[in-house]
Design a protein around this ligand. Sequence first.
Ligand SMILES: Cc1cc2nc3c(=O)[nH]c(=O)nc-3n(C[C@H](O)[C@H](O)[C@H](O)COP(=O)(O)OP(=O)(O)OC[C@H]3O[C@@H](n4cnc5c(N)ncnc54)[C@H](O)[C@@H]3O)c2cc1C
Length: 411
Amino acid sequence: MKSGMVIVGAGEAGVRAAVTLRQQGWDGPVTLLGEEPHTPYERPPLSKDYLTGADRKLTSIGGTNQFEALEINFRPSVTVEAIRREDRTLITRDGETLQYEKLLLATGASARRVRIPKVPDPSILLLRSVNDSDRIRERMREGLNVVMVGGGFIGLEVAASLRSHGAIVHVLELQDELMKRAVPASIAQIIRQEHQNQGVHIHLSTRVSDVNTRHDRRMLTLSNGQTIQADMIIAGVGAAPSTGLAESAGLRIENGIAVDAGMATEDPHIFAAGDCCSFPHPLYDNNRMRLESWRCAQEQGEVAALNMLGKGETYMKAPWFWSNQFDLGLQIAGLPDQGSEEVVRQIDDRSLLHFSLRADGTLAGAAGVAPGNAIARDIKICERLINGGSKPDPAVLSDPGAPLKPLLQAG
Ligand SMILES: Cc1cc2nc3c(=O)[nH]c(=O)nc-3n(C[C@H](O)[C@H](O)[C@H](O)COP(=O)(O)OP(=O)(O)OC[C@H]3O[C@@H](n4cnc5c(N)ncnc54)[C@H](O)[C@@H]3O)c2cc1C
């Protein structure tokens, strides 16, 4: 019997790869190994509707019966501990050995920890898995004093979710603006204003300088001089790619498992996709990057599967990301920080599109914020402009009355 395709990591990238292998007609064995005990589930709701309890059920990735129907051998609660490249074998924590013909590493990332002097590590909660989200949800009650360390996407989504349910929320951010690395300042300001209007306390350029416990209450003294009560501390300070397995197998690590634009490592039998890998992006001068994005993980899983079948595909789509906080929807297409000229379309107080152009006039990235899904269509158009290497007229981009769609024809 053929040893078949083996995928380590049953998240967004791993599941998509398994399904793609079948859709492409691969009829040999497909084994999907996941260390979590659950059927693969969507992570984005964990900081949004699942956390608030608005949606109490886990959303499974791609439906529950697909593995049986597609004859994908999905095995939960299996941790792969080593790769023996010389005889193409995996070793699991239980000591089982598994042969592979081609291997995909889709091991994702894990939430980074923060250290706060005098606060034991385990009492600083993290959010990556459903168990993490459950832990926060179980302790949630009205009037709970929550300190969110980190004003990035996950930190702010959690802040919005808990505030909507009556918690008193403080967000501590080291930088002088929220979401500083990923989002243009004009958009970060709208989101900050929304949080403040909703009663979230935002502390910029601030860290914890001391911790004291009085009458069972943990009090944090901040570097801005304020003292706040912390019944629950959550850290949202980014995620580290899960590269341990690849590293001990001698694969190259460069801010993630290093792959080429076809998701292949330097070992022709091993591929990597999703949050765990870094790759050169053809739309951005082949600069090596690692993305933590739901859609990117899916698309890379798909490309990896095609190339496990020898199809010679390249991953070259504009990145796309979304976040929901209170009733605001934020979307980003491409990489706004890769442009040199900024063009802003101010639609109203809470709605704005920000375009980032390169020196040659092509669109490097676009970001937008508005209530609900209002900017989704425009960001979709921007995605097409980025993918097509178009040079949109800045006068049209900045004009709130001008539709963007005609720019697709203008080239
Ligand atoms: C709370 C939260 C909210 C998010 N919200 C958004 C959003 O709004 N928009 C957006 O674009 N993105 C969002 N993301 C990011 C998005 O969910 C990730 O980019 C995506 O899940 C990455 O998929 P992946 O398959 O690469 O990794 P993961 O989904 O992390 O899956 C990797 C899996 O591999 C398993 N694994 C690791 N090592 C091993 C091993 N040795 N053996 C077996 N199994 C192993 C892990 O347990 C895990 O289940 C969010 C992420 C989180 C955590």
